[in-house]
Design a protein around this ligand. Structure first.
Ligand code: MN
Length: 320
């Protein structure tokens, strides 16, 4: 059993799969091994039991990758709405244990912005987007209606990894993917994709247009807190357009602990971004709850800072 911290525990990157949406997944994204599959479809006995065993009071639920980011434009808006309505019903059955991030039909950016607003009225805490949207990075100007609406509603957008572009998989990883299939995924491929998106978002100028836009990154910031000094420094060299990378990264981004339970990495995030920008997450069911909670017991922080990570920052950012 775990020592219960002196505050509730909210975990904010906890996944599920929707029966209808999951049927659209193909190739390496379709299906999951038995136990993971069962957990992704469970909102009762298994999920709640494992939350209780680890002392997790609330999960903010989100669909697993690639969620709605690969749906064609003709079906994306209606299917995303059905997915979100079913998730809203799940949360409504257990509102003290669950909250939710919406899935957005990025294939139709205006509809995605409208869906963010519609789901906000249902009590959703923001939205989660996954990797490339039908092969395109989400910093493209055509997606900016989503960020305009997110700023207006004061809701964060969680940028979650998904499989890299097929050309990247082929050129960067194919020769190692047979022996180490995770190389294209959580080991490295996801990180590269998501960190690239985050850097592109800053360079795009979207935070100049929407200065109150809030973006969440998982996995303790997808390496960027470790690199923010170098990225900022090199972007200040002659020949670059003027951009305050560090200012934007440390003022508009939040990071979660999903699947990266490392004291040195956490302390790096706190040193660069401040403890108010770090939120607890597990990445269930791809990562189990006990190691996350056990780790939080051992992090070298005072109780007040631990309580911010486990509860207070999520309460403030997501208005829980
Ligand atoms: Mn995840």
């Amino acid at each position: 059993m775990f020592r219960k911290p002196h505050c509730p525990v909210i975990a904010i990157e906890e996944h599920y799969w929707d029966d209808e949406l999951e049927k659209t997944f193909v190739g390496g994204e379709a299906g999951r091994p038995g136990e993971q599959f069962d957990r992704l479809h469970d909102f009762g006995p298994l999920r709640i039991k494992e939350m209780d065993e680890a002392g997790i009071d609330m999960q903010v639920l989100s669909h697993g990758a690639p969620s709605t980011q690969k749906l064609p434009a003709d079906i994306a808006p209606a299917l995303s709405a059905r997915v979100n309505d079913r998730l809203a019903a799940t949360v409504a059955k257990n509102p003290t244990r669950f909250a939710a991030f919406a899935a957005l039909p990025t294939a139709v950016p205006e509809a995605a912005a409208d869906e963010l607003e519609r789901t906000a009225k249902l009590g959703f805490k923001g939205a989660m987007l996954h990797g490339l949207a039908n092969g395109e990075f989400l910093d493209d100007k055509k997606f900016w209606p989503i960020y305009a609406r997110a700023e207006k509603l004061d809701l964060p957008i969680y940028m979650h990894p998904s499989l890299p572009h097929a050309d990247v998989i082929k050129t960067y990883y194919a020769d190692y993917a047979k022996d180490f299939p995770m190389i294209t995924r959580a080991t490295w491929g996801y990180t590269v994709e998501t960190a690239t998106l985050a850097i592109r978002l800053v360079l795009s100028g979207v935070f100049e247009k929407y200065p109150k836009l809030k973006v969440i990154l998982g996995h303790l910031g997808e390496t960027l807190p470790f690199l923010v000094w170098r990225v900022d420094h090199t972007l200040a060299r002659p020949g670059q357009k003027s951009i305050g990378f560090r200012d934007v990264f440390c003022n508009n981004f939040y990071v979660t602990t999903s699947g990266n339970f490392s004291n040195p990495a956490l302390l790096c995030c706190i040193m660069e971004m401040g403890v108010d920008r770090i939120l607890f997450a597990v990445d269930w069911p791809f990562v189990m709850n006990p190691p996350a909670i056990k780790w939080m017991e051992t992090v070298p922080l005072c109780d007040e800072d631990k309580a911010k990570i486990l509860f207070g920052n999520a309460k403030r950012l997501l208005r829980i």
